[in-house]
Design a binder for this molecule. Structure first.
Ligand code: MAN
Length: 356
């Protein structure tokens, strides 16, 4: 499939984003939600920051304390009780499954563009962690326009686990926090842009700590707040690029053939790629087609190297005149942009039944 990566990728790098405070540095501007508002392309960037630290024998980790004040805790890298091997998190020795602290704290920052290529990043945060479920940060926003409001779903990380928060905005200046819509552990929630047969639908990705892989579920709601009728939508595939974990990427796009969903797949080497699913237009719990090979995979240097390399991770796409504009995080570090034809995606997928 022909993928046109933008010639000046990455389009946003951490170095061009102002820190939210003088003693912090921005280490990531990535995994952005995407929408169009007042004729502008808006990216809701995940901006990851950490305390500036000149001592290479220690790691300083940021978090909100119980009074919701931003605090910094210092770990000695020689401390044998902890494992510092993962750039993203600090684990207790021998416990790879659960982390104690994240090495950075993320908030959301808006970037705007009139041409979809050149973005101006706001100087101040749009949404900053603000409650006890967000004390280690807020991450990976997806935004869906429903009627006249924009609904933002995101991971909220804290000592209580990872839950999915919902916020809404009508103006991209202020927002309402509507609370946690999926309890721990859940991530990667993408809302469909309209009701289907009287119900809202959400793709989501719960994880069982006891058994099984992380796969995509679909849930229903009449009010966007209370979700039920949870069903497994699609599973990981042994031996393939999406064998270890999968999760929804952009909010589903309505096409003539069905709902098109771009999702991420992770393999046993923690390599993240993007592929596609096609869901029945009247019953999105039915799969019509799936990519057998990735549509986008980490190949370019900015995709293979960085804070956490070998990652392409999209939380949002725009479709315009048959062209998909995919904005995607690279290496948990920066934002990149690619274009490809909607028709090419639909033609590249493997259909469970022949196309009508
Ligand atoms: C994983 C990664 C990190 C993220 C944490 C918490 O370790 O996706 O980027 O910060 O989970 O969500």
């Amino acid at each position: 499939m022909n993928i046109n990566r933008y010639c000046d990728n990455p389009i946003i790098t951490p170095g061009t984003v102002l820190a939210s405070r003088k003693d912090f540095q921005v280490i990531g501007a990535f995994n952005a939600g995407v929408t169009v508002f007042n004729g502008e392309t808006i990216l809701i960037l995940r901006v990851a920051e950490r305390p500036i630290n000149s001592d290479d024998k220690s790691i300083k980790v940021p978090f909100l304390d119980d009074n919701l004040n931003l605090k910094v805790k210092t770990f000695n890298k020689n401390d044998e009780n902890y494992d510092f091997g993962d750039s993203r998190a600090i684990h207790k020795k021998g416990n790879v499954a659960a982390f104690e602290y994240l090495t950075s704290i993320s908030h959301f920052r808006l970037a705007r563009s009139t041409d979809g290529e050149h973005f101006k990043v706001d100087e101040k945060p749009f949404i900053f962690p603000a409650n006890k479920y967000e004390s280690f940060g807020i991450e990976d926003p997806r935004v869906t326009k429903i009627d006249d409001s924009y609904y933002i779903t995101y991971s909220a990380v804290s000592k209580f686990g990872i839950v999915v928060m919902l916020s809404s905005t009508d103006d991209f200046k202020t927002f309402n926090n509507l609370g946690a819509i999926f309890a721990t552990e859940n991530k990667d929630v993408a809302l469909f842009p309209e009701k289907i047969n009287e119900n809202y639908y959400a793709l989501n990705r719960p994880i069982s700590p006891s058994i099984g892989n992380a796969v995509i579920w679909i849930s229903e709601s009449t009010n966007l707040l209370h979700w039920g009728n949870h069903k497994v939508l699609i599973e990981t595939r042994d031996g393939k690029w999406d064998c270890k974990k999968i999760g929804a990427g952009s909010p589903p796009l309505k096409t003539d053939l069905g709902w098109l969903e771009f999702y991420h797949g992770v393999d046993d080497n923690d390599r993240y790629c993007m592929g596609a699913l096609l869901l029945d237009i009247n019953d999105p719990s039915k799969i019509l087609a799936r990519s057998s090979e990735p549509i986008l995979e980490p190949i370019m240097e900015y995709e293979t190297k960085g804070f956490f390399g070998n990652v392409v991770f999209s939380c949002g796409t725009i479709v315009n005149h048959g062209v998909i504009h995919m904005y995607y995080g690279v290496s948990d570090d920066s934002m990149a942009y690619a274009q490809f034809k909607l028709k090419d995606v639909l033609d590249s997928m493997e259909y469970l039944k022949p196309k009508k």
